[in-house]
Design a protein. Structure first.
Length: 143
């Protein structure tokens, strides 16, 4: 998976933060407006979105003369893929996983245990102790 530059990440944050159920995507102008503190030219935002589409990070569809953009995957799926890519960098995956497991907080460990139990078929739902909201197990492991 391609790592994102600072501006690409800022654009993706705008897309990830939009309400997925209420929107069929956003235009370049809407993204540029959401990045108003950065004082970016419209064409700069358009170029970044075009490059993100080329990398497979966003989906776009034509609406009149404009494009509407949506994230191709959730923020969580992107982060999970980055973690998997990091495990592939070399050395022992097992050793890296053990070190990672030892570095997480107790709450994070509980989230991991619940996700692993759900993946093993022991439970149908994964509950995030931080939010108290159950989520579907496949959402917790979505890649």
């Amino acid at each position: 998976m391609t790592r994102l530059g600072d501006l690409e990440r800022a654009v993706m944050d705008v897309l990830w933060d939009m309400d997925p159920g209420a929107s069929d995507g956003v235009t370049v102008r809407e993204v540029a407006d959401a990045l108003d503190g950065r004082e970016l030219a419209y064409t700069t935002v358009m170029t970044v979105l075009d490059r993100l589409a080329g990398k497979g990070m966003v989906q776009r569809r034509r609406e009149g003369r404009a494009w509407r953009y949506r994230p191709a995957a959730s923020r969580e799926a992107h982060i999970a893929q980055l973690m998997l890519d990091a495990l592939d960098l070399g050395g022992s995956r097992d050793a890296a996983l053990v070190r990672f497991a030892r570095s997480v907080t107790g709450t994070e460990a509980e989230v991991l245990r619940a996700a692993l139990s759900a993946e093993a078929g022991l439970t149908d739902r994964v509950e995030d102790p931080r939010a108290g909201q159950p989520t579907l197990a496949d959402e917790a492991t979505d890649r």
